[in-house]
Design a protein around this ligand. Structure first.
Ligand SMILES: [Zn+2]
Ligand SMILES: [Zn+2]
Length: 159
């Protein structure tokens, strides 16, 4: 799909040396264009791509956004024009796209400090103390309607 849009947006034969990768560690970030002297690549969020594999509009949205960054590095007017020309909102996702969301709110009962987190409440990843007041009175609460799969779970599910 990336190659297809490179051709549509910039013409045949352009940017054939671009590397396309998937990144398991991305959370909120859905894609990234990266360019320096030695690296010329686009990375996609594995979880996002797998979760939206049957949703062309959701995939296209990220592909067009990242391909537009090849020539327009900033989120400026030229970049926006390029995205819109291909029917993509430069700053959003289609309504039906499954976007990874933070799944838990962690809250300190002592000082009221709270923060949203991606992680589950497994003991290894659990906050031991409040980063604000150092209290142990930490509670986790699931955010209704939120979801986040670990990429490994998703592989298991689909195989
Ligand atoms: Zn961007
Ligand atoms: Zn606290």
């Amino acid at each position: 799909m990336t190659r297809e849009y490179i051709e549509k947006m910039y013409g045949k034969g352009k940017y054939q040396d671009l590397t396309i990768k998937f990144n398991n560690r991305f959370r909120e970030c859905l894609g990234r264009f990266w360019w320096d002297g030695s690296v010329f690549q686009i990375e996609y969020n594995t979880l996002y791509v797998m979760s939206n594999h049957d949703n062309d509009a959701a995939l296209k949205s990220v592909v067009v956004h990242e391909v537009a960054h090849i020539e327009y590095h900033e989120h400026d007017r030229d970049f926006e024009r390029m995205c819109r020309k291909f029917g993509v909102d430069p700053h959003g996702h289609p309504d039906m796209a499954k976007v990874p969301k933070k799944q838990f709110v962690v809250r300190c009962e002592s000082c009221g400090f709270s923060k949203e987190r991606f992680y589950d409440t497994s003991p290894k990843r659990r906050l031991k103390r409040c980063p604000n007041c150092n209290s142990h009175e930490i509670r986790y609460r699931k955010i209704p309607g939120s979801w986040y799969y670990h990429v490994g779970d998703l592989y298991k599910r689909s195989s």
